[in-house]
Design a protein around this ligand. Structure first.
Ligand code: UT7
Length: 319
């Protein structure tokens, strides 16, 4: 029997405040028509002063633990993916650990921006299959609203805040993470980045993006990495029940699915409700589709994401 990391619970948490395109258009030179036509986004959630990456992450983790029926004390690994930590250090993972009342486990953050959850999931999978951990919380949590330039209409309309989490448990059998693939190409740092940081400006910086160039790379890289993981798993496209993609732009989701020959009703879409929540978007979409009964135990789901760096990755999971 093969030891695998099985998703035994999912959870998510959104800031209370939901902002429509029309509300944004009151302060930014944009329109509901432009945003919907170019991105598919209708709403995003924006964190209030008391809501942070760690509080949202902890709320999503509590939901995932409840869904799994597992007590927080049984967790021996927490990996939190974020580009918007509460502080430069300590890690937001250790803040979540404290909020959950776990006194001793491995806890660290992963920084791979929008691909962060795929990176975190792959590391957790490697630690579980190697025996270094038995039960892991893998969280994607972001408060991107804090690093947006609210005068730059080309970026500020695209992002939102939120968190998603999964509980992974070591089990013997067919279910679980079948394969993962990760990539990065740092030559493209300047197409999607933050114009500040502790070691350069001593400030946090704001998001900058050359959107149309990112778009082009996204479709090519995502289609390639999805093909790669499906082949590595010894499966074909016909074996895939669901795609749970990073939610950046509806046009990217459609183009990538088309390139692989997947039907659009196999693609989980939440970008209309949440906009781009960076590292949170994949676990958030997964949680919604598990909770509404679309994704069922035993089905095959492909998770994928691409973000700043560039970084990109995918995973094949038998749920
Ligand atoms: O999560 C990480 C990965 N990120 C992504 O995958 C994002 C990838 N990129 C995209 O999703 C798209 O490129 C965008 C949605 C960012 C932009 O769509 P686009 O079709 O590539 O538009 P564009 O950047 O080429 O801009 C077209 C026009 C420009 O006007 P001109 O120069 O043609 O007159 C922009 O100034 O749209 C204008 N524009 C806007 N107009 C109204 C840009 N932002 C806005 C806005 N409202 N918010």
């Amino acid at each position: 029997m093969t030891r695998r990391a099985v998703i035994v619970g999912t959870g998510s948490a959104m800031p209370e405040r939901r902002v429509s395109n029309a509300e944004l258009a009151e302060t930014v030179d944009t329109s509901d028509e432009w945003i919907v036509a170019r991105t598919g986004i209708k709403y995003r959630h924006i964190a209030g002063p008391e809501e942070t990456t760690a509080t949202l992450g902890a709320a999503s983790a509590k939901e995932a633990l409840a869904a799994a029926g597992i007590d927080a004390s049984a967790i021996d690994l927490i990996i939190l993916a974020t580009a918007t930590p509460d502080q430069t250090f300590p890690s937001s993972a250790t803040k979540v650990q404290a909020m959950l009342g776990i006194n001793d486990c491995i806890a660290f953050d992963v920084a791979a921006v929008c691909s962060g959850f795929l990176y975190a999931l792959s590391v957790a999978n490697a630690m579980i299959t190697s025996g270094a951990a038995n039960r892991a919380l893998v969280i994607g949590s972001e408060t991107f609203s804090r690093i947006l330039d609210w005068e730059d209409r080309a970026t500020c309309v695209l992002f939102g805040d939120g968190a998603g989490a999964v509980v992974l448990e070591a089990q013997e059998g067919d279910r679980g993470i079948l394969t993962t693939a990760l990539h990065a190409d740092g030559r493209y740092n300047d197409l999607l980045y933050v114009d500040g940081g502790p070691s350069t400006t001593g400030t946090v910086g704001k998001v900058r993006m050359k959107g149309s160039e990112v778009f082009r790379h996204a479709v090519t890289n995502l289609a390639a990495v999805m093909g790669e993981v499906v082949e590595k798993a010894g499966l074909s496209v016909d074996d895939i029940d669901w795609v749970v993609p990073h939610q950046a732009n509806l046009r990217i989701l459609d183009a990538t699915a088309r390139k692989l020959g997947l039907a659009s009703n196999q693609v989980i879409v939440t970008v209309d409700q949440h906009a781009n929540t960076s590292a949170a978007s994949v676990p958030l979409a997964l949680d919604i589709a598990v909770k509404d009964g679309r994704i069922k135990a035993g089905q095959v789901a492909v998770l994928e994401a691409m973000g700043g760096g560039f970084t990109w990755g995918a995973a094949v999971i038998r749920m």
